[in-house]
Write a protein that binds this ligand. Sequence first.
Ligand code: ADP
Length: 308
Amino acid sequence: MMDMTHNRIYTKLCFLGEGGFARCYQVRDQDNNIYAAKVVAKASLEQEKYRIKLNSEIVTHGLMKHERIVNFHSCFEDGQNVYLIVELCENKTLAEMLKTRRYFTEPEVRYYLIQLLDACEYMHEQQVVHRDIKLSNIFLDYNMDVKLGDFGLSAMLQTSEDRKRQRNTKKKKKKSQSFLLTFKTVCGTPNYMAPEILFGDHRHNQMVDIWSLGILMYTLLTGQHPFQMKSYNSIYQKIRDNSNRPSYSYPQNITLSNEAKDLIAKLLVNDPGQRLSISNILQHPFIQHSNLPKYIPLSALQGRPTLQ
Ligand code: ADP
């Protein structure tokens, strides 16, 4: 594949995986730098919702420069495809790791949450909301550290000034309405979506990512989803029922510390205004606990590791 604008040639080395949208390859450029290339067939971009997904991925992801976020290197196109060249993450995602491990230890979850909070703090400071934080979008690099990826559902927050400007510009207003509608149809699974998105509040903000971190934390510690039910409708109902007190419970075979349960309870709060902010999460006893590994060894991909 060739990036004519920047005069770069990328050689495909191996196939890495396929999502709903892209095929991904490990590639090497002429200077021997290794990357992951996400290849999106132009034929798959006929529907507007997929063009919007690709566009957010390029625009928003392209703005993100942080150690805990998959680095977006460049993008180009030819007659058939659009190519996104991103940082290679050698050890797949937390989804594959959890499948093998079934559940993680508390120190591992502490280690990964701290890294993800670092990514979220940066992202939110840049007014970006990811909106799709889940196991399969959290990549593991060669060091077994996490990197947040897949910005296909992300959005830039608008200030009230932006909104005022849009109201004054008819054309722009139309554009933003269609974006919100499309956002609803693009979402694949409601499992990690905050209640304010599921139940139709278009004016959601960064707090949707905090809800997803709560789902993620519960899932990593138990191997199960807190609101798992047979149908989407019953998942929605269980999340609605979580309004006044927790509607989820813990599997009997797993023993968790009170600190872990307390933090989950403070993240999985239906009212976004009552959810813990990132700075308060960082002060929480679960995060502050002294048992924090220095690093996660590669052996953690296969089984419970001995942590340093
Ligand atoms: P989609 O946007 O279609 O969901 P994904 O971003 O999930 O595509 O990518 C599809 C697959 O490609 C992933 O499951 C993963 O196996 C692999 N992949 C994606 N990005 C990377 C990356 N940066 N490094 C290594 N593998 C990746």
